[in-house]
Design a protein around this ligand. Structure first.
Ligand code: SAM
Length: 327
């Protein structure tokens, strides 16, 4: 079992497989993109698998595959097939923008990889295209409905963006009204590749909740696992549920069970903090599992207590993009 220096059990790895994305969401990166890594700097499928295997051996039992957009990586399914054969790995989940998942839905189901988070920040086509700077609305909508109809556990992630998509907050709830799915509203975080700086947000979790309550007064709070980052609710008569994630307010750090490894091999012990080390060369040069595990154990043994403390560890300007961290 992996326990950090604040007595939190770490069992959840967010593994980014690329820093590239086929969308250009304006809250994530500038329109020209970021300085994407050269291919040789990215972990290969073998290296990603090795990393996962070593960490599962240490006590990780849930891995979320993220990016960039994971499905821009043509060899992604090879990794997923290999991961699904790891006996001690209980849960493989994916976070995707759902533009490219269509051809893989059948095989994902065969592999029992059915927990899929779909990022969709608008239900209005024009708003979606303005935010993502790409014309992919129809395919996202089609794949989302396909995933739900094929009984995947779908959670839609919607970042509430001031003056951009507030008008879609209530309409997007129609997804969980009609289907047994989950819509989760996230506070915007300052990981946009330097395109804007802010120290406060208008749409915090309280305001998002109050806004929803105005339209749907009959809301019940649901019990959630202690490690859940979302506060979850049910609206009377709706088939699914909704959640709110205080990702900027950071009210959930006390039960954080996560470790992040980026596509370049950076090990991140808190989303808000800088990378603690890089394991690419260790994994690439065939070092023993034990050596990799020692490095990981050291990172886990020195985690900041909260995201606010972790943020203070940055020595240079804080201009990360979520496409390199993986969310
Ligand atoms: N491409 C995939 C996707 O769209 O879900 C996975 C990677 S994306 C970086 C992971 C998550 O981070 C998405 O849900 C995205 O909306 C979220 N995200 C990106 N930038 C963010 C920001 N500045 N604040 C809050 N969430 C952000």
């Amino acid at each position: 079992m992996l326990i950090d220096n604040h007595n939190r059990r770490i069992n959840y790895l967010r593994l980014a497989v690329t820093d590239r994305c086929n969308l250009r969401c304006n809250y994530c990166m500038p329109s020209e993109g970021i300085n994407f890594a050269k291919k040789e700097k990215l972990l290969s499928i073998e290296e990603l698998y090795k990393t996962a295997e070593v960490l599962v051996d240490m006590g990780i039992d849930k891995i979320r595959i993220t990016g960039g957009e994971p499905f821009v990586r043509k060899d992604l399914m090879i990794l997923l097939r290999k991961l699904s054969s790891l006996p001690k790995l209980n849960d493989i989940s994916i976070t995707t923008n759902a533009t490219l998942i269509g051809p893989h839905i059948k095989e994902l189901k065969e592999l029992s990889i059915t927990n899929v988070n779909v990022s969709m920040d608008a239900i209005n086509k024009k708003t979606f295209e303005r935010i993502t700077r790409r014309n992919q609305f129809e395919i996202v909508q089609e794949n989302l409905i396909r995933l739900i109809s094929e009984d995947f556990n779908v959670r839609v992630n919607f970042i509430v963006l001031d003056k951009q998509n507030e008008e879609d907050i209530i309409p997007i709830l129609s997804l969980q009204k009609q289907y047994p799915s989950v819509v989760r509203f996230l506070e915007e975080m300052p990981f946009n590749g330097g395109s804007k700086h802010f120290n406060t947000i208008k749409w915090n979790y309280k305001k998002i909740y109050e806004h929803i309550k105005e339209t749907y007064p009959d809301i019940t709070k649901l019990n959630s696992p202690t490690t859940s980052t979302s506060i979850n609710y049910k609206i009377k008569g709706h088939k699914g549920s909704f959640g709110i994630i205080p990702s900027f307010s950071r009210t959930f750090c006390g039960s954080c069970n996560r470790l992040r490894i980026t596509a370049l091999g950076d090990v991140i012990s808190c989303l808000y903090g800088p990378p603690k080390t890089n394991i690419r060369e260790l994994v690439r040069n065939g070092n023993s599992d034990k050596e990799v595990q020692n490095v990981i154990a050291e990172v886990i043994g020195s985690r900041a207590p909260t995201g606010f403390d972790a943020q203070k560890e940055h020595t240079d300007v804080f201009e990360n993009s979520m496409t390199s961290i993986g969310g």
